[in-house]
Design a protein. Structure first.
Length: 276
């Protein structure tokens, strides 16, 4: 899943419709099969924008991305039912809700449209930073209970369990050390919520910055370190900013873990740097 943000306050900045179409095409060429479009960042140092402004930002991007990459799934990153409804009508086939179904009317939108939903484990109110005294004591136990309870709400609304992708919620209402524990015990969480697909949204997250004192633009190597430690299952999704770099990581990882059919030779045009 490549990140195509329309929000100017997002982690690494946003793009307009033309820029989104170009970026999306590059990401698909590099190996992305899902393009995640968001109109509002979860940054807690920025205020919440209106539904109208979120739609004004993200709908042109979704339409441009869908037109540029018609065979690729477009995802809408939002926790608002109204935004999800309009985004689905514009071509989105996946709703990525980072709030943990804060607004339960979103369940009806998903059930009625038949699109897949990413359900995140988050006790945080979007755009509000949680302090240490507000955090749960055991994020793994609480996360399992939260996910199972939210899945029950979705199923009661008519959502098929097979369409739900679980996001353990790195950084969402968690301290950096709690995020690391969640990721470390990801397989345990998966088993406790009945298996299924997981979304791993670790790209350039704050826990990497806390570990290594790195700003968002410097967290690429740390992102690969996180991905190297995760136990993936078939159908899992990795949400990343650097699609090409992560595709290289997985290609090399697979070759070493599974073997590589030879002969494998280095093409002359990539042996040295251009002009070197």
């Amino acid at each position: 899943m490549g990140v195509v943000n329309a929000s100017v306050d997002s982690l690494l900045g946003g793009v307009d419709a033309a820029g989104a179409a170009e970026l999306a095409a590059q990401m698909v060429d590099s190996g992305a099969s899902i393009l995640d479009c968001g109109g509002q960042s979860l940054r807690t140092d920025q205020g919440e924008i209106s539904v109208q402004e979120e739609l004004a930002r993200v709908l042109p991007v979704i339409e441009a991305v869908h037109a540029a990459c018609p065979d690729t799934t477009v995802s809408i990153d939002t926790y608002r039912a109204g935004v999800a409804t309009e985004a689905i009508a514009a071509g989105a086939g996946l709703v990525n809700d980072p709030s943990g179904l804060l607004h339960e009317d979103l369940a009806g939108v998903v059930a009625g449209s038949g699109v897949d939903l990413v359900l995140a484990y988050s006790r945080a109110v979007p755009k509000v930073r949680m302090t240490r005294d507000q955090l749960v004591d055991d994020p793994v136990a609480d996360g399992v209970g939260f996910i199972n309870e939210r899945i029950a709400v979705l199923q009661a609304a008519g959502v098929d369990r097979s369409t739900v992708v679980v996001d353990p919620g790195p950084d969402l209402g968690k301290s950096p050390d709690q995020t690391i524990e969640i990721l470390h015990r990801g397989s345990e969480i998966r088993a406790a919520v009945g298996g299924g697909r997981f979304l791993w949204a670790v790209s350039k997250k704050d826990f990497i910055g806390a570990l290594r004192e790195r700003t968002p633009s410097q967290r690429g190597p740390g992102t690969l370190g996180a991905l190297a430690a995760i136990d993936f299952e078939p159908g899992d999704i990795v949400r990343v900013h650097d699609v090409a770099g992560v595709a290289d990581f997985f290609a090399v990882r697979a070759a070493i873990n599974e073997g590589c059919d030879g002969p494998l030779d280095l093409p002359e045009h990539v042996r040295y740097e251009p002009g070197g």
